[in-house]
Design a protein. Structure first.
Length: 599
């Protein structure tokens, strides 16, 4: 399948009658009929000859359980933008019953063309879904099982309560759907605070419903090592507690749970920076500056961007032995061909605490920190790439663009871009790197909650600090370096291919919304991710513009408000976005009465 990577190519919607259903992400093409509701005749039976590993039958069982138990009623019908009145009357809910189509639905017929396609990058995720007036079956066709799973999550939103005790699809409908981008993800950090297995599965459930297909799992960080490693069982001495450890069984469960829902799990071990816990239990000499002071208030001693400090010693030979063993073991656990190996935020002063590094610099005074970064690339990357011929690496952009960047980073490494928005995206794609967009200015989910470090005198002022004062908490508006808080509209309106050439645009693989967890744990993780990530889900599935090229943020409003209710109904504890009044009165809470304001 040829996947378009142009964010401005969008959905075609045709309808001859109003319907309550407004699925998210909006399908690329959807056409509604007008012959009346299609009733569901009891339980819909799955009819397929292409369920090789039972993935389809298991997924359909979950889908039907949700449909039949929820008997979903959409929160409110979308009011036509062109006919908006300041105080619209709420649409009765559930929808009124009208003339029924003559043939009740009795089954779901699924045809999968390629039953061998593995869940790996670039797999075909397209599908068609047809409900015809005189047919008793929902017909789903997909190139792979992974596209069929997406069809199920769409159908799950289409089947709603008939207002009594039955179920309907409001009108015959035809959908032709496929993603704009092959990489559509959430990044979850479990190193700063531990996130339990059930809560990770809850996020995977939300991802499945919104057609996100990659969980980028930032497994560890300087603060804790929560992952059991057979080769070095002592590493989990740096877990927060014995209960806050991912066992081998836990890892397999999460991978299997995700795969059953069409989601890849890509692990990240952040190296060489953000490394202290776990590694130092194997050999204290693996870690530089572990006992230093982290903060930049005393610059000669500053060694990290946040507590606690520690970086893998790039010159110490044993570093590469231990890295190889940990990396290979985790690669055996995670079946995805891709692996994220970090590479961000190297702090040069940390290495001034390493005898190995300082001696290396002394041997040749012409050496720089660029050379040190290159030493890491030259010695670590071959280890990472040797795991298998299918292996592809992801690294944070810093290895190419930071002040301490390496001289020569292989172009087959995918760069994850998180700084300076469009500027860095353009820089990386112009150099020929494939890019995953994670720009902190637009899609960082943890931004805007204030600084977490304590003993901070910048809060000791008796007025609201001027947001334009660069010294206030690293210059961020909202009390954090990447403030303010990124609303769903900020995420959805991000045109990350803006001003790129056609050649550069082809290097954009998709986007991931990161959630760093310095101020997040099980209690708040779901509300921090949802429903804002649903805005990203639609952005990378079908884009943020209509068929005429106009921004459709206004028409997205009711869709995401309704989807938030749907997430909660499915057990995902998504945050409220508006007063319920706004949900029940479409567009009454818009800032502009002119609803074409966002174009």
């Amino acid at each position: 399948m040829q996947i378009s990577r142009i964010c401005t190519v969008l959905v075609t919607v045709t309808s001859t009658i109003a319907v309550s259903v407004n699925p998210l992400p909006a399908p690329r093409e959807i056409s509604w009929g007008a012959s009346g509701p299609k009733p569901i005749a009891g339980q819909l039976a799955l009819n397929t000859q292409t369920d090789k590993d039972g993935i389809l039958s298991d997924a359909w069982d979950r889908t039907w359980d949700s449909i039949s138990n929820l008997k979903w009623v959409p929160a409110a019908t979308e009011a036509p933008i062109s006919s908006f009145e300041p105080f619209p009357t709420p649409t009765p809910s559930p929808p009124k019953k009208t003339k029924r189509a003559s043939t009740p639905l009795q089954s779901v017929h699924v045809q999968v063309q390629n039953t061998e396609a593995d869940l790996q990058h670039g797999v075909d995720e397209s599908y068609t879904l047809d409900v015809e007036e005189n047919s008793d079956s929902v017909t789903i066709k997909a190139e792979t099982v992974w596209g069929a799973l997406h069809a199920f999550t769409t159908l799950q939103q289409l089947i709603i309560s008939d207002g009594q005790d039955g179920l309907i699809i409001e009108q015959p409908v035809s959908i032709k759907d496929s993603p704009l981008y092959p990489y559509r993800g959430i990044m979850l950090d479990t190193g700063r605070n531990f996130i339990s297995v059930p809560k990770i599965c809850e996020q995977l459930q939300g991802m499945s419903l919104s057609k996100l297909n990659v969980l980028h799992w930032h497994l560890d960080d300087s603060q804790s090592w929560p992952v059991w490693i057979d080769a070095y069982p002592e590493m989990v001495k740096d877990a927060y507690s014995p209960r806050e450890v991912y066992t081998r069984r836990d890892l397999h469960h999460i991978v299997d749970f995700a795969r059953a829902r069409g989601i890849r799990v890509i692990p990240e071990i952040d190296m060489p920076s953000h490394s202290s816990s776990g590694w130092k239990q194997v050999d204290p000499d693996l870690i530089a500056c572990k006992d230093s002071w982290w903060s930049n208030d005393d610059w000669p001693h500053h060694t990290a961007v946040e507590p606690n400090p520690g970086q893998l010693d790039i010159i110490y030979n044993k570093t590469y032995e231990v890295v190889r063993n940990v990396y290979n073991e985790l690669s055996d656990v995670f079946p995805d061909h891709w692996f994220h190996v970090g590479g961000d935020e190297i702090q040069p002063n940390c290495f001034n605490f390493s005898t190995h590094v300082t001696n290396w610099f002394a041997e040749d005074p012409s050496r720089t920190y660029h050379d040190l970064s290159q030493y890491w690339v030259d010695h670590a990357v071959p280890i990472f790439q040797q795991y298998s011929k299918e292996r592809r690496l992801i690294m944070w952009e810093d290895v190419v663009l930071s002040a301490e960047n390496a001289h020569d980073v292989p172009k087959n490494i995918v760069m994850q871009s998180w700084n300076n928005g469009l500027q860095y995206i353009s820089n990386l794609t112009a150099r020929g790197y494939d890019v995953i967009v994670s720009s902190s200015d637009f899609i960082y989910l943890d931004c805007g909650h204030g600084g977490f470090v304590t003993n901070d005198p910048r809060y000791n002022v008796m007025s609201n600090p001027d947001p334009n004062t660069p010294s206030f908490n690293y210059g961020g508006i909202g009390g954090s370096w990447c403030g303010p808080y990124k609303t769903w509209q900020r995420i959805y309106d991000f045109d990350f291919t803006l001003n790129l050439t056609e050649a550069q645009t082809k290097h954009i693989l998709g986007a991931t919304a990161p959630l760093w967890t310095e101020q997040v744990d099980d209690v708040t993780v779901s509300s921090m991710i949802w429903p804002r990530s649903a805005a990203l889900a639609e952005l990378v599935w079908s884009g943020n513009r209509d068929a005429d090229g106009h921004k459709r943020t206004t028409s997205m409003t009711q869709r995401i408000l309704n989807f938030r209710e749907y997430l909660v109904a499915n057990g995902v504890q998504a945050q409220a976005l508006v007063p319920k009044y706004c949900l029940q009165h479409p567009h009454a809470c818009d800032l502009y009465r002119d609803q074409t304001a966002i174009h």
